[in-house]
Ligand binder design. Sequence first.
Ligand code: SF4
Length: 436
Amino acid sequence: MSKSIVSVVKYEKPLESVRKVVELTKLFDDLPKEVKIFIKPNIVYWSSGPHPKWGVITTSRVMEDVVTLLKEKGIDDITIGEGFGSNEAAQDAFKKLGYNDLKERFGVKLINTGDRPHEKIDMGCEFLVNFASDALKADYIISLPVLKTHSQAVVSLGMKNLKGFINIASRKKFHSADPIKTLHFNVAKLPNNIPPVLTLIDGIYTLERGPSMDGKAHRTNLLIASKDILSADIVGAKALGIEPSDVPHLVQAAKDRDRSTSLSDIEIVGEKIEAVASHHDWEFIYNEAGDLPLPFYRRQFKGLKYKRYDTTMCTYCSAINGLLLVLLKNAWNGETFGGIEFLTGKIMEPSSGMNKTILVGQCQYNKNKDHPNIKELVPIRGCPPSMEDIKDAFEICGIKVNPLMFQGGGTDMGGVIFLQKYKGKSEFEESFYKLK
Ligand code: SF4
């Protein structure tokens, strides 16, 4: 079997660096002028307020350079799309990330796949997956993930980026409670039965404990590309200092292809991977009992259990989970929380001996509402969980929260808080997320 080529290039200059990583792996060489292209950035999170984008969202720099290279080849039918939660968010993102400018200059189409038709396809999961029709109609998908870790999937690279193409109902099924057909199993199936995917991983900024703004970004200046998605992801994991054999969805994808997760059938061109790799932590660390985040444990939070998240918690509950942790961190005043426990996802069970048990999300509510270990049930119902129920839950538990924290569904203030850690660090440039 011939080896797949993966190019690894240091980001140095606009256009030139992307051109280099593309040319080294001949990424666009097979594309005729008439080809229909769908470009998928990673915009995992968007809010109209300020929030850190470094390592979270694909840079507009790389997006513009990719579109420019395609136009140089005479390709006109280019669509950029992502699955946003609302059209309002999509329009705001397209405007602020400079994509509207690409539309004006190059005639690219911009779409929110979240608001467009999906088709049921067999990807090899236990269920048919609702995948964005616009992407399925393309001749090629160009996937532009960020070089980042993921607190559930370990890494979020080429394969994981394709999850943005599936609709909410399928996303929920992906975070399955089945012990074998897990999130990892399902993510490994994402490249199946869709148009060929060309992957260019944007590592200008990388992220520890991703995928979102509560992670820690680094300026890494790296670009990785391949026509083979698994090879791109194996090298991407290596660049993050993570062994691909420790990434369950890469192990599954390699098994499905009768390959290994080693570099033995990959030829790396450009930089040597050992020279550019740097260790990135991927998980949020908890205490030994697994019932309190380590920072809370170290600060000796009392009367609180907050069990370690698992892979059954899907995107909406993950965002709420992040918000709840920020609220608790800010509410802690050195006094006991009074014996309360938070439970998330689809499989956690209540501990005995707690005074109040907060069930986060409809899955938790349905599973445990009648559980005998619960003394007083405090529900945060809904899917996605309701903001009103969150406010009520904190009130019932006597936890005082600054009302500003709930603005914009809790994300506005979160964005401002998470921006603080980058203050005064000149390597974190907002200009990578703007054009002109
Ligand atoms: S309640 Fe949460 S975990 Fe359950 S399906 Fe909805 S988002 Fe997923």
